[in-house]
Design a protein around this ligand. Structure first.
Ligand code: GMT
Length: 374
């Protein structure tokens, strides 16, 4: 197949999934064309069967705001025509599904370009609900030839929030479990926890929806019982607030802010538990990456997290903001070596058996084929 993929190219789970999907499809012999304003950050080296098409933006004094959605639609048409694409797979509805709809209309006299939209999270649960976007998001979803969501939760939200009456396939996110795996390396851990402390880790974009300050509050309670460090990976609006909280709670020596990092596997392998106390989380790709490295996960009970984490088996789930309970769960696991090892194994097994790329990529291929035959 000849597949066009559009995604956000910077950090973020939807861009990661879109890029890794494209790479896997290319490995399986499909021709993949990424269309975006920048090279997706996970496409760092040449890969056979993958081409990147940059959406160029021109500025003009009349245009107070950049007209990216329109430039993207034009580029989609150009690529679909020149490269003879079979379908366009767009990740994150806003504005990609709308640009794709425009492109489909523009090229319709020449070909029936199929559009598949994958909904990832806040495109449905937050941004898409804003009155200025809601009618457009609903329209663009309903005009797609195929729609997928990354969890059952997100499918239900799409149906209830937008009254969408179209078939939606749930295709969960996936992981390369040969890359994300326990590696037994201890160099980074020795550096972060030189006195044999336990290590908690959280990775995110530090937006309010991630509730990163909760991870620091959890640590404050955990260290009453067990010497522990917390690694915070990523950057975003709430980082300053988190640094302030560390100072206020006198935890500056126990919390290590690493900012954005590439070597995630090594960092995850240096930790014992992963924390994800989010306010909203349609899937929780970061938690899956941790599970694949053998880390049990302590999470809030929101969105798609209960579909990923088996409570009392691969980790524990608590109410949003219940940092006391989350801390209890952390202490419970860190104090019980036998239970910890079992949870660690369960987490890895679940990641490999349910969410490995070898299980999920064929589901996307089948979805494409069904849409092309429709
Ligand atoms: O929806 C977002 O906030 C952005 C999006 C992204 O691009 O990172 O994250 C969502 O998509 C990820 C990949 O499918 C999911 O793992 C995240 O759970 C989801 N984020 C939220 O729902 C907050």
């Amino acid at each position: 197949m000849k597949i066009g993929i559009t995604c956000y190219p910077t950090y973020g789970g939807s861009g990661v999934i879109a890029t890794e999907l494209g790479k896997e499809l290319a490995l399986r012999g499909h021709e993949v064309h990424f269309i975006s304003y920048a090279l997706p950050f996970r496409l760092s080296s040449y890969i056979e069967n993958i081409v990147f098409h940059e959406v160029e933006m021109s500025s003009y004094p009349l245009f107070e705001f950049p007209l990216y959605s329109l430039a993207l639609a034009s580029k989609m048409v150009e690529v679909a025509d020149f490269e003879d694409l079979d379908l366009l797979h767009v990740h994150y509805a806003i504005p990609h599904a709308t640009s794709a709809f425009l492109a489909k209309q523009m090229i319709k006299s020449k070909k029936d370009l199929k559009i598949i939209t994958t909904l990832h999270g806040t495109d449905i649960t937050l941004v898409g609900l804003e009155p200025s976007f809601l009618p457009l998001v609903k329209f663009s979803i309903e005009q797609s030839d195929g729609v997928t969501t990354v969890s059952r939760f997100l499918k239900e939200k799409t149906i209830t929030n937008y009254s969408c009456e179209i078939p939606i396939d749930v295709i969960p996110n996936f992981i390369d479990s040969d890359l994300y795996k326990p590696d037994g390396k201890t160099t980074f851990r020795e550096n972060i926890a030189p006195n044999g402390e336990k290590v908690l880790v959280h990775t995110s974009n530090f937006r309010p929806v991630k509730r990163v300050p909760d991870t620091i509050k959890i640590l404050k309670k955990v260290i009453e019982y067990i010497p522990t460090k917390l690694i915070l990976v990523g950057d975003g609006p709430d980082r300053s607030e988190c640094e302030r909280l560390c100072r206020q709670l006198d935890l500056c020596d126990q919390v290590k802010f690493l900012g954005k990092q590439e070597g995630l596997v090594e960092i995850l392998n240096s930790a014992d538990l992963f924390l994800i106390p989010s306010q909203s989380e349609s899937f929780g790709l970061a938690a899956l990456e941790a599970m694949a490295c053998g880390l049990p996960v302590i999470s809030s009970s929101v969105g798609g997290l209960p579909e990923l984490i088996s409570h009392n088996e691969t980790g524990f789930i608590a109410e949003i903001g219940d940092v006391d309970r989350m801390a209890k769960y952390v202490v419970d696991l860190l104090n019980n070596d036998k239970k910890y090892k079992l949870f660690s194994k369960n987490a890895r097994d679940r990641a490999v058996n349910k969410f490995d790329k070898s299980k999920i990529i064929p589901i996307y291929e089948k979805h494409y084929q069904t849409i092309l035959n429709s």
